[in-house]
Write a protein that binds this ligand. Structure first.
Ligand code: SF4
Ligand code: SF4
Length: 212
């Protein structure tokens, strides 16, 4: 196969699990229990197709433009596509399609569930990494932003992102990191710690969108 990076690339995405469907000999990649990509293996365990999902219109356009992407083998042919693993699709284009497939399946879940799958709060924080998580605090997603230090109100970032804009997270907003982020600075942080916290959260949010 021309794309030796594919397994690592898919597993680097938030919330992705994989299994082997032994009967079909497909390596399947799931998010929230739903498949978004698969590597189809022949009797010698060599890939013969990579299956991924695209919007029907995009599928149609891509199939016209590139002979190495065809209607999904053993799949819904409107939504699924099969890419030949030894064809001429450039790496960057295949990565883009895999990102699109991941996003399409992720967006099929309610917002709260998407955040749960991603393991990130609206601002890109991984609350499970906090020592207070599970004792003093249930985490931002579970508390709908009303975390233990927010005086019974939703954190301003949560209120803006979810309650006002109805975004899954701030990755959908072109103002990130905005003045609301600046205003919610933990006063115990040094300038350097706060700068790093913003950098880490923005980076986590970008990785949800397939940007590195
Ligand atoms: S800063 Fe606000 S939105 Fe981010 S994790 Fe904390 S409470 Fe949630
Ligand atoms: S304005 Fe700020 S807090 Fe609101 S959605 Fe955009 S980045 Fe998030």
């Amino acid at each position: 196969m021309k794309y030796p990076w594919i397994d690592e690339y898919l597993l680097s995405k938030h919330g992705v699990t994989k299994d082997l469907q032994a009967e079909w000999n497909w390596i399947r990649y799931h998010i929230g229990g739903k498949m978004f990509a698969a590597i189809l293996l022949d009797e010698n365990d060599q890939p013969y197709y990579i299956n991924l999902k695209l919007e029907p219109m995009e599928s149609e356009l891509m199939r016209q433009q590139y002979p190495d992407i065809i209607p999904g083998y053993y799949s819904n042919k409107q939504h699924w596509n099969s890419v030949k693993p030894d064809g001429a699709i450039p790496d960057d284009l295949l990565k883009h399609w895999l990102d699109r497939s991941y996003e399409l399946v992720l967006k099929g879940f309610p917002k709260q569930k998407q955040r749960e799958i991603l393991g990130l709060s609206v601002c890109g924080t991984d609350c499970s990494a906090c020592p207070l998580h599970g004792s003093v605090c249930t985490g931002c997603n579970e508390a709908c932003g009303k975390v233990f230090h927010a005086d019974g109100k939703a954190c301003p970032i949560y209120a803006c992102c979810d309650n006002k804009h109805r975004f899954t997270n701030c990755a959908s907003c072109d103002r990130v990191p905005c003045e609301v982020w600046q205003a919610t600075r933990d006063p115990s942080m040094t300038d350097e710690q706060f700068r790093k916290s913003i950098e880490d959260r923005v980076s986590a949010l970008k990785s949800c969108r397939g940007e590195k």
